[in-house]
Design a protein around this ligand. Structure first.
Ligand code: MLT
Length: 203
């Protein structure tokens, strides 16, 4: 569906919660729907497709090289996504305070960027295989934000030290962060899903 600024899939839920599903590089708006249902059977699911194409692969923002981001584009795309979240919350009558971002890799990075650059839009996030996308100056105050970061100790794309840097940055901004280091690579494992399910159930 495309009546907001992003092509997206929306699946109504039975509870007040919405999972904002943000795919990785080369993914699309359908990729994480099943994962979202597994993580929370009752939540609404809102899943936009990244608008930047890298060799035909959708992403949420431009990068200059692996792990080297185009920060001007990142800021622009983060604002676009934040505006989409606000617009979609109105269109589908969602409780924005109950929106939880669930991002994988590039999707986790733009979720982290949204927490840092557009405080008050998201209050919780599950970040699978995330890194520090940007360090804003000044840092935002996000004391009401809760974040779960799941990192892989054999991740060749995003070293677990990057996940630790991100956890530290978000904590410095006041967020409550759980960091889980899994025996895993860049791909998601059953362990990731179990940890995220439990964390969401207790949110
Ligand atoms: C990114 O570009 O956001 C990260 O390098 C992860 C990826 O998408 O490969």
């Amino acid at each position: 569906m495309r009546s907001l600024a992003f092509d997206h899939e929306f699946v109504p839920g039975k509870s007040e919660r919405t999972l904002l599903l943000l795919h990785g590089t080369g993914g699309n708006e359908h990729d994480l729907i099943e994962l979202g249902r597994t993580l929370d059977p009752d939540a609404a699911l809102l899943s936009p497709r990244g608008k930047v194409l890298e060799n035909g692969m959708p992403r949420f923002f431009r990068r200059l090289a692996e792990g080297v981001f185009d920060l001007d584009d990142l800021k622009l795309r983060t604002n676009e996504l934040a505006d989409f979240i606000i617009g979609a919350s109105r269109k589908y009558t969602l409780t924005q305070e109950k929106m939880v971002a669930v991002g994988y890799s590039n999707g986790a990075n733009i979720a982290a960027s949204t927490l840092l650059l557009r405080p008050n839009v998201l209050h919780a996030a599950v970040l699978f295989r995330a890194m520090v996308p940007i360090i804003p100056n000044p840092l935002p105050a996000i004391a009401d934000v809760r974040v779960l970061i799941c990192a892989g100790n054999q991740d060749q794309i995003i070293p677990s030290a990057e996940a630790e840097r991100l956890a530290q940055l978000l904590r410095t901004c006041g967020a409550t962060v759980s960091l889980e280091l899994l025996n895993a690579g860049h791909g998601l494992t059953d362990g990731d899903l179990q940890i995220a399910r439990t964390w969401l159930a207790n949110l």
